[in-house]
Design a protein. Structure first.
Length: 456
């Protein structure tokens, strides 16, 4: 007779959800009183638990309303002790010293899940949902005992504790597993936390929670596990201003939006989730900071496109060089463009606002990202003329690169003074200085400034 609890009085179906519903129906609507504790407008902690046990069918109607000591006395009959770690929805706690817990010396309430309780308490002046820790009587040093109701485990369950997404619309979310009442119907794509899988009436059911609130039991065929699929740790950029960035899949917590996409909103997409309605979301990061979930329709991938190792030179002195595409880390700027700032641009990235950024290198050393508008491509213009290296009066280096890091010598060196070489190519830097790429026959010598030579 596990499905029914028969005691003195009326026979009634036992339901944890009906017990909790009694509390929820009165939450925020009644006050706390140890003198007027029998309702309907006020209760104390233990009278509220007794009335909820009657409403849930765990005690027959007409049962006398006891206190925490009489609850302790139900241990072994109605109540079975469980450990704190094993506590789940529908379990109750009783705080106090057994035999002397009456009045203000004890406290009791019902667990909504392992971490949250609903109880009638003095501090909130009525029925309220609070965290368990610090609210059960433990705050005053009282011992706390945890119990499971006889009949509460009539349907076996296994832990699950994963997010699921609805794949069947308009399926019933039941308040209890005996189909006593409905909490609503499913909406395609909705996401819930399923803490356990129950077996009842030959079928399996998820117990659903939405943002910590119980949302009912659903046949497992109506939902599927919401799995994180690798998105490849790709750069993505917002391309629309009309989307929210969410802190959960219940869509109750907004972490931001894409309204400033024109500023260049860029993220790393590490994972992708596809909901039961087919809509996908990226899990976004900036460095190690999680930024939230964003509908993939609001984004575009920002791939690294090869530029074939082109030289680029700064033509504007007002741009930053960034250490990331989130615009958080500055590595430098172009304020010294008059010195002739040159880099190798190995890759380019085009983000959602249409701007393009170069990934800059000098040799094998990465230097950062810069807006392509700050740079000009240094194309090698064919020149193919004989030039004589002047011996002065100005002294110029003959460079092996455009980063001004390695010199092949100076125009005033004896081996170069008056030497006639071939200037095969010319390069115009952002500071308007021209450099020739010079050769001695087929042997490349380096880059020399135009002013250091005379065309023959």
């Amino acid at each position: 007779m596990d499905a029914w609890l028969k005691r003195k009085g009326k026979l009634k179906l036992a339901s944890i959800e009906n017990m909790i519903k009694w509390f929820k129906d009165r939450e925020g609507k009644v006050t706390y009183s140890m003198n007027s504790r029998l309702g309907p407008n006020s209760y104390d902690c233990s009278s509220a638990v007794y009335f909820s046990l009657i409403a849930g069918g765990f005690l027959p109607s007409g049962t006398g309303i006891g206190n925490t000591d009489s609850l302790f006395a139900l241990e072994g009959s109605l109540l079975t002790a469980v450990s704190r770690s094993a506590v789940k929805r529908g379990d109750i706690f009783v705080a106090g010293y057994k035999g002397s817990s009456g009045g203000a010396a004890g406290h009791t309430g019902v667990f909504l899940d392992n971490q949250n309780i609903i109880h009638c308490n003095y501090t909130k002046n009525g029925i309220a949902t609070t965290p368990a820790e610090g609210w059960m009587g433990d705050y005053s040093g009282l011992p706390v005992y945890f119990y499971r109701l006889k009949g509460a485990d009539k349907y076996p369950s296994t832990p699950f504790d994963k997010n699921v997404t609805v794949i069947k619309a308009d399926w019933t979310r039941w308040a209890d597993l005996d189909y006593g009442s409905k909490l609503g119907v499913t909406k395609l794509g909705s996401v819930y936390k399923a803490k356990s899988i129950f077996t009842a009436h030959g079928s399996k059911y998820y117990d659903l929670y939405s943002d910590g609130k119980f949302a009912g039991y659903l046949n497992v065929d109506g939902a599927k596990e919401l799995k994180a699929v690798s998105a490849g740790d790709i750069y993505v950029s917002a391309k629309s201003p009309n989307y929210n960035i969410w802190g959960n899949f219940y869509f109750t917590e907004k972490k931001g939006n894409t309204s400033k996409f024109e500023d260049g909103l860029v993220y790393r997409a590490k994972y992708k989730y596809t909901l039961g309605d087919g809509v996908s979301y990226y899990s976004l990061y900036q460095k190690d900071e999680w930024m939230g979930y964003l509908n993939t329709n609001a984004t575009m991938e920002v791939p690294a496109v090869s530029t074939d190792d082109i030289y680029v030179t700064a033509i504007n002195a007002t741009y930053n060089i960034w250490g990331d595409l989130y615009w958080k880390e500055k590595l430098g700027n172009t304020s010294k463009m008059s010195d002739g700032i040159v880099y190798k641009a190995k890759y380019k990235y085009t983000i959602g606002n249409g701007r393009t950024y170069y990934s800059l290198y000098r040799g094998d050393s990465w230097k950062g990202y810069i807006n392509a508008s700050a740079m000009r491509v240094m194309n090698a213009a064919s020149f193919n003329k004989k030039v004589k290296i002047n011996g002065g009066p100005n002294v110029y280096n003959i460079w092996k690169d455009f980063y001004w890091s390695t010199s092949a010598g100076k125009n005033t060196d004896a081996k170069f003074v008056g030497k006639v070489v071939t200037a095969k190519y010319s390069y115009l830097l952002g500071n308007d200085a021209t450099y020739y790429s010079i050769y001695d026959g087929d042997t490349w010598i380096g880059y020399i400034r135009k002013g250091a030579v005379t065309v023959q």
